[in-house]
Design a protein around this ligand. Sequence first.
Ligand SMILES: NC(=O)c1ccc[n+]([C@@H]2O[C@H](COP(=O)([O-])OP(=O)(O)OC[C@H]3O[C@@H](n4cnc5c(N)ncnc54)[C@H](OP(=O)(O)O)[C@@H]3O)[C@@H](O)[C@H]2O)c1
Length: 201
Amino acid sequence: MKFAVLGTGMVGSAVGNRLRSFGHEVVFGSRKAGGEKDGIPLLSHAEAVPGAEMVVLAMPGEQVVETLEGLPLAGKIVIDISNYDHAVDQPITDPLGETVQRAHPEAKVVKALDSVSAHLMVDPQSLGAPHTVFVAGNDDSAKAEVSDLLRSFGWEDIIDLGDLSAVRAMEQLIPLWMALEKVLGGPNFNLAVVRGPQPAK
Ligand SMILES: NC(=O)c1ccc[n+]([C@@H]2O[C@H](COP(=O)([O-])OP(=O)(O)OC[C@H]3O[C@@H](n4cnc5c(N)ncnc54)[C@H](OP(=O)(O)O)[C@@H]3O)[C@@H](O)[C@H]2O)c1
């Protein structure tokens, strides 16, 4: 599979390196095009996207829409891991995942991993206990492909929250994540959804 990972920070590096270690073809889309990082070519965003089958959004949410403007995303799966920085302490007016989908109606946007610490995204089993990742998107086959990818990273408990209207809930988990990181003293944690039997309808 051919991936363009947009953003070379903690998330982009973790995801890009893991994908490459699995033998996928990976390029970074970066503002610092030229050369490579960890053996992965550093291209401009415009160079990185056309050849990719899946595009990973790993940059500050505030920059996503502008960066994607004019890029050929039609038909591609877009895995949106990004959050608005301002979601930490302000309400979200337009959830990012839905905004990206509106701007690129032919893309298949799947929100995933945005409330998971970067190192756990690609190595969930290192936590040593079961925990949960959420996905949401309008295209079921794209969600299935992203879920397969997550399983390849080691995820077992994947909850499909439905269409992109669920990204508001996902993106609003960020203040909780920040509060937990503060009291737990670091990012080595995640949420786990414990299910019991549901009442009969
Ligand atoms: N860190 C986590 O544990 C974590 C967990 C869940 C979700 N997220 C979300 O994932 C995204 C990336 O997080 P991160 O921690 O990797 O962030 P980061 O370390 O700040 O890296 C973001 C990358 O985005 C690119 N970037 C920065 N400013 C930009 C701009 N103005 N225009 C275009 N690209 C820009 C940069 O790559 P280039 O310099 O190569 O362009 C930068 O390395 C964020 O939306 C964050 O909320 C992070």
